[in-house]
Design a binder for this molecule. Structure first.
Ligand SMILES: Nc1nc2c(c(=O)[nH]1)N[C@H]1C(S)=C(S)[C@@H](COP(=O)(O)OP(=O)(O)OC[C@H]3O[C@@H](n4cnc5c(N)ncnc54)[C@H](O)[C@@H]3O)O[C@H]1N2
Ligand code: MOO
Length: 398
């Protein structure tokens, strides 16, 4: 049987994860989420004619003659006043930025062009009719489609929704991902380490990657290589998560707990033609999508980047699920296994003439090299050698 290609496995993972349902969420929880329906402005912005300056609401015609002119101050209009009275000819009203312009006024004279009087004001400068007034609907007209379905909600868009008086927006909700590491050798950071044990790192890395992609990570402390314990550990979470993401226990050894526990369910274990990240499991368990990543830390994280991150983003309705890619020249020669897409770790600096420098070797245990890198260098499956200066595609991770 020919190995699964990267593209085939990506497709399978995306289909398994599917689309999250649409919910009306409070704006506070919408940052980074994708709007699921068009939003029509329920009111104009600004909602009423208001002053752009602290100063005096006037009739421009009252300033048409010789300046300075002295006019009585008939009223005071702070922002937020709701009972504004009409401006009588030959008078002014003191007005603050954002306050409603009184009927009858057609301009605002900024305070700097006056003596700031409170009973009588002396005005020394002229303003045109319409000057310093922000008219209703200037920014948004009522009924305008201000935010369209598919828009990613960023700070300014959430600000706009608030300005329109919306307390909630329809969005695809964040996927809840159960992150579970397996391995009897694993020890919680902070605990003492016995010979033969290592500190657990995939759980922290994958949970952070889930959050970084916009999902909610539920971390289940790692379970030992025991099938019964694996099932018992998962059971309490099955009703409350959307995806189960495991790492470790999928290759060819004698104690492959994830494979042993799930192969009898609807989970398929395959070799994907890539390095790192060859052994992969995917399918459903008790109706839940399960993505079983290999345990080597670099393999787990590269698998997340290539398969899981795009699927989580797509599940939230993102159209753009790819990292930015660029063409770059590689600074040193590279070799790559035959028939496998290789993802090497690299440092890419677009300001330095599009050069990418490999960091560390191909080994999938080289976590510090991954931590020092900012991109993945993609070597196609049909390429086994690259000379220094050859062109490659880089996926920019930061
Ligand atoms: N005979 C073969 N052996 C291996 C093959 C193979 O095809 N034939 N494939 C290799 C490849 S490629 C990979 S990748 C790994 C995948 O192994 P598993 O998914 O079964 O992972 P483990 O054996 O449990 O662990 C591998 C390695 O990673 C460390 N690890 C695991 N989980 C964590 C964690 N949460 N935090 C930190 N480190 C972790 C573990 O201690 C091992 O060193 O299999 C190869 N072998
Ligand atoms: O696929 Mo393994 O991920 O080469 O180390």
């Amino acid at each position: 049987m020919s190995p699964t290609t990267v593209a085939e496995h990506r497709q399978r993972v995306a289909e398994l994860v599917g689309l999250m349902p649409v919910l009306h969420q409070p704006l506070d929880e919408c940052l980074g989420l994708v709007l699921a329906a068009d939003v029509l402005a329920p009111l104009p912005l600004p909602p009423f004619d208001n002053s752009a300056m602290d100063g005096y609401a006037v009739r421009a015609a009252d300033l048409a003659g010789q300046l300075p002119v002295r006019l009585p101050v008939a009223d005071d209009i702070p922002a937020g006043r709701t009972d504004v009275r009409a401006l009588e000819p030959g008078t002014v009203q003191r007005i603050m930025t954002g306050a409603p312009v009184p009927p009858g006024a057609d301009a605002v004279v900024q305070v700097e062009l006056t003596d700031a009087g409170t009973e009588i004001v002396t005005i020394t400068g002229r303003v045109e009719a319409g000057g310093n007034i922000r008219t209703a609907g200037d920014d948004v007209r009522e009924g305008d489609p201000v935010l369209t379905a598919g828009t990613v909600l960023n700070p300014s868009r959430l600000g706009l929704a608030s300005a329109l008086g919306l307390a909630e927006l329809p969005v695809r909700r964040r996927p809840r991902v159960l992150v579970l590491s397996t391995g009897s050798e694993l020890v919680e950071p902070g605990e003492p380490l016995a010979p033969g044990q290592i500190y657990e790192s995939n759980g922290m890395m994958l949970a952070s990657a889930v959050r970084d992609a916009g999902g909610i990570a539920v971390r289940l402390r790692f379970v030992p290589d025991d099938v019964e314990e694996f099932h018992r550990a998962l059971a309490p979470y099955l009703g409350s998560v959307d995806v189960v993401l495991t790492s470790g226990g999928v290759s060819a050894g004698a104690y492959e707990v994830v494979k042993d526990a799930l192969a009898s369910h609807d989970v398929r274990f395959t070799k994907v033609a890539m390095q790192p990240g060859g052994p992969q499991g995917s399918g459903t368990y008790e109706g839940l999508p399960v993505l079983a990543l290999p345990g080597n830390p670099v393999s787990a994280q590269v698998s997340f980047e290539v398969f899981v991150r795009p699927a989580l983003l797509a599940s939230m309705g993102h159209a753009q699920v790819e990292r930015p890619v660029a063409r770059a020249t590689v600074s040193t020669s590279l070799t790559s296994p035959v028939g496998k897409t290789q993802f090497r770790r690299g440092l890419y600096d677009p300001s330095s003439g599009q050069v990418v420098t490999p960091v560390g070797g191909p080994g999938s245990h080289l976590l510090s090299a991954l931590a020092m890198s900012n991109c993945l260098i993609e070597v196609p499956a049909d390429v086994t050698e690259l000379a220094a200066g050859a062109e490659v595609t880089v996926r920019y991770l930061q």
